[in-house]
Design a protein around this ligand. Structure first.
Ligand SMILES: Nc1ncnc2c1ncn2[C@@H]1O[C@H](COP(=O)(O)OP(=O)(O)OP(=O)(O)O)[C@@H](O)[C@H]1O
Length: 239
């Protein structure tokens, strides 16, 4: 088990689109081996937060640190090389490419790399030569996550991995992520609509409301405070 230092530190992060602030003064931490849930209603600023951490949106100096190093001014590809893997909600796949070709595209072409990725998701193994566009939503999400894991990230960010998937499928994917974090020390920041499912396996969580931090705590604490979660969530999923 790796050390438990902070992999990601977000300090007073503020992000604007065309000068309208969308994320305000957000501070959060993801430690090595932790799964941290980032929760909140539609439009609360979760995706914007992940995009700023990836370097796709500008942020102030000191607002995003990876392993203690300030990432201000570091471009997205360089952040990826430093160990940030970001799986966007559309999964970032190429429908005309096969499973194996996705790994080759990422420079993970050797059999050992692909095999290690398939160890996390054995269901992908027989689909090696299948085009992503011909796979089910669950299989596509497995590929998207396996691709990210094959890069052995220090920080894995998953945006709405459950989008379009049946809860039973999500219930199979999330434990793989949990196990990966625990065994490798990778920190995971998980944006998830299925609040209860996320809090069941997360260590801690942060709740965003209108771009600001509305609550934070251990997953157990947040799960108990269903009134607060529901209030922050508008949709009332937390009841
Ligand atoms: N490219 C953009 N230009 C302008 N405003 C944007 C842009 N992307 C998002 N927004 C706005 O920023 C706010 C936060 O959006 P964001 O996607 O970060 O929320 P979210 O919490 O991830 O919600 P969702 O679950 O709907 O994706 C919303 O009001 C959204 O309309």
């Amino acid at each position: 088990m790796a050390d438990t230092g902070a992999v990601l530190e977000v300090n007073n992060l503020s992000v604007s689109y065309d000068r309208s602030p969308v994320v305000r003064d957000l501070t959060l931490t993801v430690r090595s081996g932790e799964v941290v849930a980032l929760l909140g209603a539609n439009g609360a600023g979760k995706t914007t937060t992940l995009r700023a951490i990836s370097g796709l949106l500008r942020h102030a100096p000191g607002a995003v640190k990876l392993g203690g190093s300030d990432l201000a001014g570091v471009a997205p590809p360089a952040r990826a090389r430093l160990g940030i893997a970001h799986v966007p909600s559309d999964r970032g796949l190429f429908f005309g490419l096969t499973v194996a070709e996705h790994f080759r595209l990422d420079g993970q072409g050797v059999a050992g790399d692909i095999d290690a990725a398939f160890d996390h998701f054995p269901a992908l193994r027989p689909l090696k030569d299948r085009k992503a566009g011909l796979m089910s939503g669950g299989e596509q999400q497995m590929l998207a996550i396996a691709r990210a894991l094959a890069r052995k990230p220090r920080l894995l960010m998953l945006d709405e991995m459950s989008l379009g998937l049946a809860p039973v499928i999500v219930g199979r994917l999330l434990p793989v992520v949990r196990e990966y974090a625990t065994t490798t020390g990778t920190g995971v920041l998980l944006v998830e609509q299925h609040v209860h499912m996320a809090l069941k396996l997360a260590d801690r969580g942060y709740v965003l409301s209108h771009g600001e931090l509305a609550a934070s705590g251990t997953a157990a604490e947040l799960s108990r405070d269903s009134a607060l979660l529901a209030a922050s969530y508008l949709g009332g999923e937390a009841s």
